[in-house]
Design a protein around this ligand. Sequence first.
Ligand SMILES: Cc1ncc(COP(=O)(O)O)c(C=O)c1O
Length: 341
Amino acid sequence: MIDLRSDTVTQPTQQMREAMLVAPVGDDVYAEDPTVIELEQRVARLLGHEAGLFCVSGSMCNMLGVRLLVEPGQEVVCDVQAHIARAEMGGHAAAHGLTMRTFPSTRGKLDSAEVTKIISPSGGPYLVSTAAVAVENTHNFGGGTIQPFDELTAVAELCREHGIGFHLDGARLWSAHVATGVPFEVYGRLFDTISVCFSKGLGAPVGSVLVSTAENIARARVLRKRLGGGWRQAGVLAAACLYALDHHVQRLADDHAAARTFAEAVAGCVPAAVNPDTIETNVVVIDTGTTPAAPVAAAAAERGVRVSALGPFMIRAVTHLDVTADDCEWAGQLVGKLLAE
Ligand SMILES: Cc1ncc(COP(=O)(O)O)c(C=O)c1O
């Protein structure tokens, strides 16, 4: 089975498991786990922030990061396809009492003009006040797209000008860095809070880190515990993340190339389904046209290729360290042929 449903389906490698086995650990609720502390400090430094907090998931880091910037009854603004809006089970509203407003985007790409149009920083007695903007880089449902750096800079300036926060859902920031060469710290200094994930593309079984100021992270520790996210000897998991940081970042370039190979194979059968030139990282979004996506995904699975039907006419395939370029070419041809039938 070639599983391209997501880059979260990877198995920890033997070396990663060995790193987990020998990790020194302690009780992280008492902030006494040396491996967790090492990971938090290292990620914070990498992104040019003061402190980090290791959490169970990207969703939790996003919920905490946004909550640090937005009070209950205020809003966070994001694009219409954002993971925080579509795929975090309404957690920001359900647990933290925030509202969300979305602006349109093409393939998830940030356009500062759209943000300027929608924000209401001081809502007064009539309008909900915008307390933060959130951006995703790379953009998952947009098809692994990389945010234009000048647009990120423009929105960061807009946020500062209006005294509102700027959050980055950087679940796959690793891919943006590898594809563009923009240093992590250069990305990092644009934002007030950043979430990065180790379980997507980097091959760790669990784990995300939120970074921000030391004061914010101290608050986030309390909020994390309130969500039931305080954990104990989490160093066994942090060790996998440290291993991933050392060994699995630069190899993402292979996943990006394999995604393009997959897209080319699909386009070879149905050119309108995907333009390989738009593939920037490890995610391929296929437009199935008038062919319903779910039966195509089901037929592919029967023949040994798993992809996700993420909308009535949308299929997503994501490459990762457990598939080869040859796997992806074969899988792309299969999906392309099914679409062409
Ligand atoms: C862009 C993005 N942000 C956040 C998340 C949430 O991560 P988790 O599944 O660890 O909660 C995901 C998950 O795939 C994602 O793609």
